[in-house]
Write a protein of this length. Sequence first.
Length: 251
Amino acid sequence: MSFFSSSGGTYSFSNYSVAKYIGNASSSISTRVNQSVLSPDDESKDKTKTPDLKPTPDTAVDARAKLTDLYGDLDTTSSKYKDDIEAFRNDIFDDLEFDRETLHLIASNENGYFSDEEIEAAKQVMQEQLDEILKKDAPEDGPTADNYLSLLKYLEEETSAEEQKSFEWAESKASAQAAYKRLSGGKESDLFSNDPVVNLLTKAHEDLFDVQKTNPDAKLESMSAYDSAQYQWERNNNSYDAYTSPDAWWK
């Protein structure tokens, strides 16, 4: 994601990770059953045949079904838009008007349901939503402290609980906090997060601002506080034990 800086430039953030997807699959209610976690009794009966799966949100299954149905209606696939995400959005994705919670599920693609094109389109729409909040009523020379306050409110009130667990959300929250503090003369807001990951990322942004005074090419990822934030987030989420998808359900 990228947000405007007080000097008119942009901050750059790492995007949602892109998971691989093979083909465009059909979807049905049985998907919900097949992708659900087994009860202890069922698991003990068939440990060797059925993997311990992570529950799939119905919202993700429904989004997969809507996309697949639309591909069928148009006799196309997302892979035909591999080199033209803008056309993919214009012809297919934007017409479905997914809400932000669904967009996050597509962008994070935890269950491997979505294609590269679908993931990229979801990321773009999510970024545009944040940019729209930040740019609203902003002067030509860039957003003010009040603009960043509006963004902080949006991130706090208009994003899902699942999105707020993501490292990308923490990055967005932190960048807005750092920018607000700088533009408001060091003030903080009750919309600031107390999350240690967000606090570390806020420090990383503040450190970056100081470093770029003498080294304009410095990157956020090179700040030590950024590494600490990643480490803390991984510990909080046990990401070293991250779910690994079994054979794709559409095979």
